[in-house]
Design a binder for this molecule. Structure first.
Ligand SMILES: Nc1ncnc2c1ncn2[C@@H]1O[C@H](COP(=O)(O)OP(=O)(O)OP(=O)(O)O)[C@@H](O)[C@H]1O
Ligand SMILES: [Mg+2]
Length: 262
């Protein structure tokens, strides 16, 4: 292993015209860790992961992958280095089958009459069903349309796909934001499985109950700047909550309401 870190950003800034979305951000992601990115709305979290994912090149600063400086000009280039991103809006095709979405352009093919290449649908369905089951996602029929799956199942499908196709880094932008308790648990379990396979994960959430149990470290962004990175052993859940969006405000509100009720 050439570097202790799989991804490193050094003093990275990103401007959109006169808007400073990121200012001198330094972030290091270790091999096989779950790194939670926290911060209020507009803090720059999505911009930061889009920088890592090759969507927005840094305006200044350095980006290194496995110790080597990179300048990605497209998400494809980041993906080729094993950096897979699952966005909140997912980029799945609802009318296409689970299996077709799982393979997304990499379907197994066979030759019709020995000459015409076609997608081997029964085989694709079987492999997709099997691979999803290995990751704890049970679909009765991988030939069913993705549109029939719940939000949580879709999120799991997108993550499972990235893991199956060899992601080394999995970047998740608020994967649990729209999910209920049980479905959030499934996503968290999948993150846990990804880490067990040695994959590094960057996980954005506004929910301390999702962040704290799963994360090994936390980086807090505030108005485009990093407030620092903290190992879980060095920080309590309450302190994380305080640093998150409105943590203190929410606690003050709870205290006030309880005081009023008493
Ligand atoms: N493509 C863009 N063009 C112009 N400004 C942008 C662009 N993308 C982001 N910004 C600005 O950069 C800042 C950071 O936005 P970003 O989306 O990274 O925040 P965030 O932390 O992901 O917020 P949220 O929690 O609401 O998703 C905001 O002020 C936003 O308006
Ligand atoms: Mg965002």
């Amino acid at each position: 292993m050439s570097s202790e870190y799989i991804l490193e950003l050094d003093n990275v800034s990103r401007y959109f015209g006169s808007v400073i979305a990121l200012k001198d951000v330094t972030l290091r992601l270790r091999h096989g860790e779950v790194h939670c990115l926290l911060g209020d709305n507009g803090a720059g979290k999505s911009t930061l992961i889009k920088t890592l994912a090759g969507v927005h090149p840094p305006s200044s600063g350095t980006y290194r992958v496995e110790g080597e400086a990179v300048k990605f000009s497209s998400p494809r280039e980041a993906l080729d280095r094993g950096i897979a991103t699952v966005y909140q809006d997912l980029a799945l095709v609802p009318l296409m089958s689970v299996a077709r979405n799982f393979f997304a352009g990499r379907e197994p093919r066979k030759k019709l009459f020995g000459v015409i290449p076609v997608i081997d649908i029964p085989y694709a369905n079987e492999v997709a069903r099997e691979k999803l089951a290995e990751m704890g996602i049970n679909v009765r029929d991988a030939g069913q349309a993705v549109g029939t799956m719940s939000g949580g199942e879709r999120q799991c499908l997108a993550i499972a796909r990235a893991i199956h196709f060899g992601a080394k880094v999995l970047i998740l932008d608020e994967p649990t934001a729209a999910l209920g308790v049980k479905q959030s648990c499934n996503v968290l379990k999948l993150i846990h499985k990804a880490r067990a396979r040695g994959i590094s994960v960057i996980f954005i959430t506004h929910n301390v109950h999702h962040a704290y149990p799963i994360a090994d470290s936390f980086t807090v962004l505030n108005r485009g700047q990093s407030m620092g990175t903290f190992a879980k052993s060095d920080i309590t859940k309450e302190a994380v909550l305080d640093m998150m969006a409105g943590g203190t405000e929410i606690q003050n509100l709870v205290d006030e309401l309880e005081g009023r009720a008493a």
